[in-house]
Write a protein that binds this ligand. Structure first.
Ligand SMILES: Cc1ncc(COP(=O)(O)O)c(C=O)c1O
Length: 433
């Protein structure tokens, strides 16, 4: 009985102490303003909350000008101004650092902000960069239309032909090469070790957009790549409810990228970081299931009459299937069947037999010009990601009006097979093409 009272009074005392931090009391009760404007420190917790706290604070009170100076100058670890750093961003960046086996990581307010951070940090007037001809459309626009304003030139190369790097590199002037691990929408897998070797030979750094592969399938830094960025808006978050990006890199190149990202206003907001961290909790399950679905769907599509071509790196006929071995992280490669490689499959519909509109209407698969959601979604490159290109330019990239890209989600495959079957109509299945 005495010990129960003792325990109760201890907890009452702690509660009283916490109440005492709420406001400075001048009388019996504080004034309305004192109550309403008070901002007590978070209570000290003796238990660990099951989800992270969200620090929405725009600013943090510093104990004195010296501390502000040290934190803002980077001489003391801490938070002073949200644009520079905040606890939710720090937690999330640390998770990405670990997922990519990186020295450093940074979260940004979109995938495009992540690319902006890399190029703004690495390139100067007079520099030249090489970009994959299959780079995500907006990334190409950023490099080809925005960077010339800063005196930075670029040339496209073909990541399926390393000789095209040699043909287009400018020794001493090319500082950066940009490529996707798995390109959109035909899913060409880059020969990352080959590109890294060329980077060493010619003195440029290699930066990789790993959005389609995710760290589950590939950790480019382990292959010698210098920078990796991803759109977290896609599979890493997985719930299609935020925009975010991440950059991972090596100590030796990291320099002032964090400060620079703050100066250009590229950082991610705390609430989005919280949501992304929550999305990340199921990332492993989602990517495994979605990739299995993609592998099964690719084989199903290959057998169908109204499908002219199927693009999936796990299929033996895919032109860059051989590169998979050299990029896939060993755990994913050993845990998955050989024909599974990411959650996106593209195919070319035979438009003589079936229109894209018919496929969409009858399959019931929603047309989202994005990827990486929990549900399976569809995109049509000619009317979305590649609509800024002429028909000839689209054809040169292997994209036709019948090209459809499916981003697989986590549904049961039986449901998906039915949807695809309905989308393709009643044509007979044939034997493997
Ligand atoms: C491969 C790839 N990289 C980068 C981006 C840009 O990411 P965000 O939309 O988050 O800016 C996208 C967006 O669709 C993408 O598909």
């Amino acid at each position: 009985m005495i010990s129960l009272l003792g325990r109760l009074s201890k907890s009452l005392l702690a509660y009283e102490a916490f109440k005492g931090t709420l406001v400075v009391e001048h009388g019996e009760f504080p004034s309305l303003d004192d109550v309403c404007l008070s901002n007590p420190p978070a209570p000290t917790l003796s238990t660990h909350p099951s989800s992270p706290a969200i620090f929405l604070a725009a600013t943090y009170a510093c104990s004195d000008p010296d501390q502000a100076n040290r934190i803002l100058g980077g001489d003391e670890f801490g938070f002073a101004y949200q644009r520079d750093a905040h606890p939710n961003g720090l937690r999330l960046a640390e998770k990405f650092r670990l997922l990519h086996h990186a020295d450093q990581a940074l979260v940004t307010n979109s995938g495009m902000a992540a690319l902006s951070a890399i190029v703004l940090h690495q390139l100067r007037a007079g520099d030249h960069c090489l970009i994959s001809r299959y780079l995500y459309g907006r990334s190409s626009v950023l490099i080809q239309q925005e960077l010339p304003k800063f005196g930075i030139e670029s040339t496209e190369f073909d990541p399926t032909d390393l000789e095209s790097v040699r043909r287009n590199v400018r020794r001493g002037q090319t500082k950066l090469l940009l490529v996707e691990t798995i390109a959109n929408p035909l899913l060409q897998v880059a020969d990352l070790p080959g590109l890294v070797a060329l980077g060493r030979e010619y003195g440029f750094q290699v930066a990789v957009d790993n959005t389609f592969a995710t760290p589950y399938w590939c950790r480019p830094l382990e292959l010698g790549v210098d920078w990796v960025w991803e759109s977290v808006s896609k599979m890493l978050n997985g719930h299609s409810d935020l925009m975010m990006g991440m950059v991972c890199g090596k100590d030796e190149h990291w320099g002032r990228i964090r400060q620079m990202a703050s100066t250009w206003g590229l950082g991610a907001a705390p609430w989005d970081c919280f949501l992304a961290e929550r999305g990340l909790t199921t990332f492993g399950l989602r990517i495994e299931r979605a990739s299995q679905n993609a592998g099964l769907a690719a084989r199903y599509l290959v057998e169908h009459n109204d499908v002219k071509q199927v693009f999936y790196p796990g299929l033996p006929h895919h032109p860059t299937q051989a590169n998979l071995k050299s990029i896939a992280n060993t755990k994913a490669a050993s845990d998955s069947p050989n024909d599974v490689a990411g959650n996106v499959v593209s195919f070319e519909l035979d438009l003589q037999q079936r229109s894209v509109e018919q496929f969409i209407a009858t399959s019931g698969i929603l047309y989202f010009p994005s990827l990486g959601e929990c549900s399976t979604t569809l995109s049509h490159p000619c009317s979305s990601s590649h609509r800024h290109l002429s028909e000839n330019q689209q054809r040169a990239l292997g994209i036709s009006p019948g090209t459809i890209r499916l981003s697989f989600g986590i549904e049961a495959f039986d449901t998906l097979r039915e949807k695809i079957r309905a989308g393709l109509g009643v044509s007979q299945l044939t034997t493997q093409k």
